[in-house]
Design a protein around this ligand. Structure first.
Ligand code: COA
Length: 671
């Protein structure tokens, strides 16, 4: 999703320079001199805490036998991320900004870019240094990106960073149904974990290209750790004692729930249900809600965490949450809404929990995966974004969704008493109480501000653009441009996530969907004097332009990460930041009023995330053959934006584009 790397990015301390505050108590156990098997040889800044054993194999009859080292073997076949040629990026940059600024500003920027790119100029020097870095690192970008896009960001992760996912409403109702569903869901995640642990996950492909699978191994047993200036993200899956527990949040209490039997087999659905009922019975009253602290700005939370960690009980509880495999939040009932508004309401509940008086304290927002299960059949997820992009998460959720619909027959377990889930206690001092009050006020303001609109556009789906030999993704992106033009009579900088996972440790680059061609098409659509044939030609040019940008981006030849790399090279070398990055045009180019992402999924799940600028939109979509699922977010505090109006414009734009193509086809067949 959208990039929050602002044009005036200043690097704080690297996440590796732990302050006392960020240093976790188990760091001392990392033995960097050991011969490290398997994963840690694939370097990554996400800290693999205590490399060592691969953990127990949880063999089940329906799973492939363990294939240790397959992950590493696959990773080693992947190419390194290239550094694109400087002149190519500068030329593409000029093309990208042309539809965003007026002629005078464009000319001024053109000369700044020429100066930057001249022979022997600062661009060439930075390029040389960057190419040198690329020779040293498996991925020259990934560590920088983790810091710049995530860990250095001081805003709350809620809404600003962490997306939500909404499942279709399930049939269960009430607290009994909630617990029964939670048991199935936990069992489904543990089932997927077998393939992660055994390294038997199918290698994902984009076209014919195998993709980097690194992120799959980081979505479980990971957690973000707050720090002043910069956070850390840690993964505990390969520790000497890999976590065997999850954490369940109920009524703002947290419980450690061991999810494996003594023989290493996962608890069955019945066993899980029994344990969850024990938790529910032990959490009848609301707790003060320490979890709300994780929803606050990162510096506030880091300061509060420092105070909390001075107490050994708190420290144990926090570490237990951080080291868990994942979290399950059994939420309290919320006021009912109409069926029409239900998906949007559920998306918001998953995104932020509804506020301090509702379920926002029933969370630990640092945890990579938190499943949210509500008594009204609502199931969702919120995920802390730093370890992974949406696609691996969606693959897991697809598995879980299918598993819950039709769970496999469970093995019979002997009737042995299970260890009681452990309540995680917190001692809350008056300082911490004050921080909780501040965090509560802050999250309530966020909750009031976020507007969400989940839409099922049912007039057609991917099938229509495909029948016109058009890429559905490009069709949707051009429709977003048209919708924006219809609403504002202007263009805006637009971000679409492009996968860089063809490359080892690849994350994303930006597809800049606002192009000269999309602008020409959108303007033509507002011109009543232009005929459908001409409009259709312009539409196909806009689509072709988007496709070209997309194929460049996934081949590592987009411009944004390269420009970021050049800028960070200057900063790391303590050189002046070149003028190209101080130019108002660069700021305009980075002010993404449309932050968008395709996150496909077999089931009808839709991801949602907040806008990345105060006057912008966050748009995520899951294109299906017969329909499109969209989530559109905006901020109520911006007088400019309205997620509902934008949704209407988008639906209209999609239909207008279909009409233009059909009319042009009809006319050409008459000739
Ligand atoms: N004619 C007919 N069919 C076409 C077509 C054409 N001209 N172009 C594409 N299609 C088909 C494809 O074959 C594909 O078919 P399928 O549905 O059977 O799989 C389908 O249309 C979708 O293709 P398209 O719409 O072009 O999208 P894509 O799958 O190539 O995805 C991106 C494009 C940019 C989304 C993808 O490359 C990407 O980078 N995804 C990752 C984004 C990400 O990480 N998001 C998460 C951020 S948190």
């Amino acid at each position: 999703m959208g990039c929050r790397v602002s044009s005036c990015l200043k690097r704080g301390d690297s996440a590796n320079n732990d302050s006392e505050l960020t240093k976790p108590d188990n760091v001392g156990q990392v033995d960097t001199n050991r011969t490290i098997p398997v994963r840690s040889r694939v370097k990554s800044q996400i800290r693999q805490v205590v490399n060592g054993s691969l953990g127990p194999w949880k063999s089940m009859p329906n799973h492939l036998p363990p294939a240790p080292n397959r992950f590493l073997r696959h990773q080693e076949t992947l190419p390194n991320l290239p550094v694109p040629p400087l002149q190519q990026t500068l030329q593409k940059y000029l093309q990208a900004i042309q539809p965003l600024v007026d002629e005078n500003q464009f000319k001024a920027t053109e000369s700044i870019v020429q100066e930057f790119g001249r022979k022997g100029g600062s661009g060439e020097k930075l390029q040389e240094k960057l190419e040198h870095r690329a020779k040293k690192f498996e991925n020259w970008l990934s560590d920088w990106w983790l810091d710049a896009a995530y860990l250095d960001f001081r805003t709350p992760v809620v809404v600003n960073v962490s997306p939500s996912v909404t499942f279709p409403r399930d049939e269960f109702r009430g607290h009994k149904g909630q617990v029964e569903h939670a048991a199935k869901l936990i069992s489904g995640v543990l089932d997927y974990k077998i393939d992660i642990d055994n390294e038997t996950l199918a290698v994902e492909k984009l076209g014919n290209h195998p993709l980097c699978m690194d992120q799959y191994y980081k979505i479980l047993s990971s957690c973000r750790i707050p720090g002043i200036k910069s956070d850390l993200v840690e993964n505990y899956a390969r520790s000497w004692l890999p976590p065997q527990h999850i954490v369940v949040a109920k009524n703002n209490h947290f419980f450690k729930l061991s999810v494996y039997n003594s023989d290493g087999s996962p608890l069955t659905i019945d066993q899980l249900e029994e344990q969850l009922n024990t938790i529910v019975a032990a959490a009848l009253k609301k707790d003060i809600g320490v979890g709300i602290l994780t929803s606050d700005g990162r510096n506030n939370w880091a300061k509060a965490s420092k105070i909390l960690l001075k107490d050994s009980t708190n420290k144990h509880s926090i570490r237990t949450i951080q080291r868990s495999i994942f979290m399950v939040c059994l939420d309290e009932a919320v006021p009912a809404v109409t069926e029409e508004k239900w998906t949007t309401d559920m998306a918001l509940r998953a995104l932020h929990g509804g506020g301090s008086e509702i379920n926002s304290a029933n969370r630990w927002f640092d945890k990579t995966l938190q499943f949210v299960i509500c008594p009204d059949g609502g199931v969702g997820l919120t995920y802390e974004h730093s370890p992974a992009e949406g696609p691996p998460i969606m693959a897991l959720l697809d598995h879980v969704h299918k598993y819950c619909k039709d769970p496999p027959e469970q093995p019979k377990m002997p009737l042995l008493a299970l260890a009681r889930p452990m309540k995680l206690e917190f001692n809350v001092s008056s300082d911490v109480k004050r921080s909780i009050d501040t965090a509560s006020e802050n999250i309530d303001a966020v909750v009031r501000d976020v507007q969400m609109n989940c839409i099922k556009f049912a007039d057609f789906g991917k099938n229509f653009p495909k029948s016109c030999k058009i890429s559905p993704d490009a069709f949707i992106q051009v429709a977003l441009q048209l919708a924006y033009m219809k609403m504002y009579h202007q263009t805006c900088a637009t971000y679409e996530s492009a996968s860089l996972r063809r490359f080892r440790l690849g994350r994303t680059d930006t597809i800049r969907s606002c192009t000269n061609a999309s602008k020409a098409f959108s303007e033509a659509m507002l011109n009543d004097n232009m005929n459908s044939t001409k409009k259709s030609e312009l539409l196909r040019e806009a689509i072709a332009s988007h496709r070209k940008y997309t194929s460049d981006a996934i081949a590592g030849e987009a411009i944004d990460r390269h420009l970021l790399g050049l800028k960070l090279t200057a900063i790391e070398a303590k050189e002046n930041v070149p003028e190209i990055f101080m130019d108002p045009t660069y700021e305009t180019a980075m002010h993404y009023k449309l932050s968008t992402s395709q996150v496909p999924c077999k089931a009808d799940l839709c991801m949602g995330f907040g806008p990345v600028v105060p006057n912008g939109y966050g748009v995520c979509y899951n294109p299906k053959e017969e329909y499109f699922l969209f989530s559109i977010s905006a901020y109520n505090s911006s007088p400019e934006t309205d997620a509902y109006k934008f949704g209407d414009q988008l639906s209209e734009a999609l239909n207008d584009m279909k009409k233009v193509l059909q009319e042009a086809d009809a006319l050409s067949s008459k000739l």
